[in-house]
Design a protein around this ligand. Structure first.
Ligand SMILES: Cc1cc2nc3c(=O)[nH]c(=O)nc-3n(C[C@H](O)[C@H](O)[C@H](O)COP(=O)(O)O)c2cc1C
Length: 189
């Protein structure tokens, strides 16, 4: 549990895809609506609004950390919780997401330390990105994030999101209850 800075907890949902028809962006919005119904204040962070080069130590030394990385860092630090919603690419989170995490950790070393972090993944096939979530969890562990809330893999995501699958709804509600209770200490009835 974290000390709340405001009455209504803010939650940054960060999809690891900026594809126009992204399943993970759709899942992030779906999760945001469930979190909102639980009294939280979620917002989706679109990474196309935080354009930054591929991390390179020489580039950092020459021109410093990009302003976009500082801006994203500050958004994540200010949120009461962060939810990463990443596609699985070859059993790992996307390079887009890894790259922004790498840049953000050049602004401060452990921006997510102690912060409740949720992990989700949507895939078109049945796998749900389980291995990618495990890799993301290792990264969150190294950043000392609060990893109390169980990750949510969503396989067959296209039809499940479009058809408002009741099992997915239950998964998201359980996730939202766990995250909100981790942030506030209030357990859902
Ligand atoms: C390079 C690459 C690797 C992929 N590897 C996996 C994978 O390991 N497991 C999986 O379930 N899907 C994999 N996919 C398919 C993605 O899950 C699919 O493209 C998904 O729609 C991407 O997420 P988005 O819709 O949010 O952009 C891969 C796709 C690409 C482009």
């Amino acid at each position: 549990m974290v000390t709340m800075t405001s009455q209504i907890p803010t939650i940054a949902l960060v999809p690891g895809s900026r594809r126009e028809d992204s399943l993970n962006v759709a899942l992030a919005h779906h999760a945001a609506s469930v979190l909102s119904a639980r009294g939280a204040r979620p917002f989706v962070v679109h990474l196309d609004e935080y354009d930054m080069p591929l991390y390179d130590g020489d580039c950092e030394q020459a021109v410093g950390v990009p302003d976009e990385a500082v801006r994203l860092h500050d958004v994540l630090v200010a949120a009461d919780a962060v939810v990463f919603v990443s596609p699985e690419y070859n059993s790992a989170p996307t390079p887009l997401l890894k790259n922004v995490i790498d840049w953000v950790t050049r602004v401060s070393k452990r921006p997510l330390e102690g912060k409740p972090v949720g992990l989700m993944s949507a895939t078109p096939g049945p796998g749900g990105g389980v291995t990618g979530l495990e890799v993301l969890d290792v990264i969150m562990k190294s950043l000392r994030a609060d990893r109390t809330v169980a990750p949510v893999p969503v396989g067959n995501a296209r039809s499940r999101i479009d058809q408002k699958d009741p099992v997915l709804q239950e998964q998201l509600e359980a996730f939202a209850d766990a995250l909100v209770s981790d942030m506030t200490g209030i357990v859902a009835p």
